[in-house]
Design a protein around this ligand. Structure first.
Ligand SMILES: [Zn+2]
Length: 226
């Protein structure tokens, strides 16, 4: 069931105040319309009653897919400084566990910091791909193409529509002007063998060593590590 609450909101343009009902969480299996709203950038969007300005309110949001058995928690933050978000995620998890009926355990919960990451992660989960291994693929793509695009200026986004049985498709997006620059193909076969290694080696795997925390982002890793 979707959960929402009334929040005091200030218009970023005219500074007018108003109360707005915003979503805190929803289960896409029960409310598929909210998935559509999220992807079309209409979820938690507000129109100012004073000046008519339309804006999106970025707030914590729990995206739940009870059919798929996974959750994604969006805690708005800066991918260049993910430390704080990671530290407070443990208490988010115990809060979530606390509201579940007793005996029921929490499914896997991914942490994302931006709306783009949330939408992308929905596509990754729906495609049945492993977020950590997929981010490792991005890490490899980034490090092999640093002469063409850098994590500081570009992000790589998984494109589910263009992916097929042979290739996983990624879009190279310029973060400064938001333009999509190129499409990249990555052999699914290589992804599958990385996945196999990851499952085999568990905590010893390269993938796990690169992303030990709850926030898994190749771009963030590369930006904070240099
Ligand atoms: Zn306004």
């Amino acid at each position: 069931m979707a959960q929402s609450n009334t929040y005091p909101i200030q218009c970023p343009k005219c500074k007018g105040q108003q109360d707005e009902v915003l979503y805190d969480s929803f289960d896409v299996a029960k409310e598929p319309e909210l998935r559509k709203q999220l992807i079309e950038n209409r979820l938690n969007s507000v129109t100012c009653v004073s000046c008519g300005y339309q804006f999106r309110v970025d707030k914590n949001l729990l995206y739940h897919d009870s059919t798929g058995g996974w959750m994604i928690y969006w805690q708005p933050g800066d991918p260049e400084h993910p430390q704080q978000s990671m530290e407070s995620f443990d208490s988010v998890l115990s809060d979530l566990q606390g509201v579940l009926p007793s005996g029921q355990s929490l499914p896997e919960v991914d942490l994302v910091l931006t709306r783009i990451e949330l939408v992308e992660r929905v596509f990754i989960r729906e495609a049945g791909l492993h977020p950590k291994v997929l981010e490792y693929v991005k890490y490899l793509v980034f490090t092999q193409n640093l002469d063409q695009f850098m994590p500081e200026t570009h992000e790589l986004l998984f494109n589910g529509q263009e992916s097929n049985e042979e290739n996983l498709c990624f879009v190279v997006k310029n973060v400064q002007d938001g333009k999509l620059e190129t499409l990249l193909q990555y052999k699914r076969e290589t992804y599958e063998s990385l996945l196999e290694l990851f499952v085999q080696d568990g905590e010893l795997s390269l993938v796990h060593q690169l992303f030990p925390g709850p926030y898994v982002s190749a771009r963030s890793y590369l930006m904070t590590d240099v």
